[in-house]
Design a protein around this ligand. Structure first.
Ligand SMILES: Cc1cc2nc3c(=O)[nH]c(=O)nc-3n(C[C@H](O)[C@H](O)[C@H](O)COP(=O)(O)OP(=O)(O)OC[C@H]3O[C@@H](n4cnc5c(N)ncnc54)[C@H](O)[C@@H]3O)c2cc1C
Length: 450
């Protein structure tokens, strides 16, 4: 087989993947459709263009999961992180960058490598041979989207995300909420107690509906059509359709008995469902929303049992092409049905510049190892990269899979550390210390030039 690595899409993930593989000695061709074919969000023909905010978020590598991802990427010689550091703007604890010089520098550094070239073209089909990484992002072109859908089936490739907020389990007040599936359905006790239920009185429900109607909402970007269908309407749109709509929809109280107060029937119930195999994250069922982030926190903390909730991610609805990775991809991010095709970046179901670039970093190294005939040790699950790739390729619930930011809820719990908000500082430091140590061991075990 030809030993060239072809990377489709020169965004955050594709650029990082190209850098990692090329530095290992592999010949790389980046196939990028811009500027010939445009998207509604990109403005230039540069590689690694930041399409919206100019921030890579928190740079705190001791107390923040995305900051930890920055740290791990720097240790691995990341092009995106090093260049971001060179074009840093003052932004307190966040890593903000001067966007145009940043993407111009990424482009120049890649083109300066003798074994990297860029082919300005749109790829519209899935090649049957050769080594390929597809990193075409949330705005994957229509023709390629079609080809992908033919390969994966309509169920396994989404063109919009509809994200319900995700809550850390240990911040839910279980003296108010309780575990029960509607009508106790299920064969095993685990299934009969698969949901967390938060009860509301009539007054609480009315107040909640008022808050939803009053909350500030995000508009769709220009060129991004609303396109939501009845199965995933934002909750505030449901509330606009009638004050009782939610009570007959995702908040219906039937088939549930509150063991803390069995005599009183709840007027409405908010349900949360497990979101990962570890049981550390729960999503609020049916609560996809276009409310602004600040408004979401305020409105959702009105739900009894969630007064002190911490959110691993807030809800949203965006134009976003992504695979159902837990069912389609193997642990090396290859399409199980066509292992010569690897995926990276937001199309694999991670979310954000940093997460996308980090998956590019892994994909670049994995593809290079395969081409060069090296054995790449498994990515350690306790690193930030490992927690994220493990989530998208297996740890997440496939049925409800939606894009995910890196967060500490994806990490395996550490024994002996206090749960809840009080123990948070020590717990996060414990996670980041453990991650740094296993990540360094992983890097040291690879044959990478200095
Ligand atoms: C409107 C919008 C706003 C966003 N705002 C933010 C934000 O503020 N912060 C944040 O962290 N994340 C944001 N995101 C998410 C962001 O896009 C990703 O985090 C990140 O850019 C994804 O990196 P990627 O490499 O996977 O995709 P991209 O960076 O989008 O790169 C994909 C590349 O593939 C190219 N391409 C697509 N199809 C083809 C094809 N068929 N052939 C050849 N090339 C192709 C595209 O031109 C593009 O250059 C936003 C996304 C959108 C759509």
């Amino acid at each position: 087989m030809d030993k060239t690595l072809h990377i489709v899409g020169g965004g955050m993930a594709g650029s990082e993947a190209a850098w990692q593989a090329a530095r290992l000695g592999v010949d790389v061709v980046i196939h990028e459709m811009r500027p010939k074919v445009e998207t509604f969000a990109h403005r230039t023909g540069n590689l690694a263009e930041m399409v919206c905010s100019n921030s890579f978020r928190s740079d705190d590598h001791e107390q923040n999961a995305v900051g930890l991802l920055h740290w791990e990427m720097r240790q691995a010689g990341s092009l995106i992180m090093t260049t971001a550091g060179e074009h840093r703007l003052p932004a307190g604890g966040a890593l903000a960058v001067d966007r145009d010089p940043f993407s111009e520098a990424v482009t120049a550094k890649l083109l300066a490598l003798p074994n990297v070239s860029v082919s300005e073209e749109e790829v519209t089909e899935l090649p049957s041979d050769g080594h390929w990484i597809f990193a075409t992002g949330p705005l994957t072109s229509g023709a390629l989207g079609k080809a992908l859908q033919q390969q994966t089936g309509a169920e396994a490739l989404a063109f919009f995300d509809a994200i319900a907020p995700i809550v850390y389990f240990d911040t839910i007040d279980m003296d108010t909420a309780w575990l029960q599936s509607r009508y106790d359905k299920g064969e095993t006790e685990e299934e009969q107690k698969a949901y967390i239920n938060c009860p509301m009185t009539k007054e609480q429900y009315e107040g909640f509906v008022d808050a939803l109607l009053a909350a500030e909402k995000t508009e769709f970007h220009e060129g991004e059509t609303a396109g939501y269908f009845d199965g995933c309407l934002p909750i505030e749109v449901m509330a606009e359709r009638g004050r009782e709509t939610l009570r007959h929809g995702p908040m219906k109280p039937i088939g549930l008995t509150n063991p803390h107060n069995p005599e009183q029937k709840a007027y409405a119930v908010v349900q949360l469902r497990r979101d990962n195999a570890l049981g550390t994250l729960y999503n609020i069922v049916g609560f996809q929303t276009k409310m602004k982030y600040g408004a979401q926190t305020e409105v959702f903390r009105r739900i009894p049992g969630l007064e002190n909730a911490s959110f691993a991610r807030l809800g949203g609805i965006h134009r976003n092409t992504f695979l159902n990775s837990p069912t389609l991809l193997d642990a090396q991010m290859r399409l199980r049905a066509r292992p010569n095709l690897r995926f990276a970046g937001q199309i694999t179901g991670v979310e954000g510049y940093v997460e996308s670039a980090s998956m590019g970093l892994l994909a670049g190294r994995m593809a290079a190892a395969e081409i060069l005939g090296h054995e790449l040790p498994a990515v350690p699950q306790d690193s930030a990269h490992g927690a994220l790739i493990h989530h998208i390729t297996g740890g997440a619930e496939a049925k409800t899979f939606q894009p995910m930011n890196v967060n500490f809820g994806l990490f395996r719990p550490l024994e002996g550390l206090r749960g809840g908000r009080r123990g948070r500082k020590d717990r996060y430091k414990g996670y980041t210390d453990r991650a740094k140590s296993v990540w360094q061991e992983w890097l040291a075990a690879q044959e990478v030039p200095a």
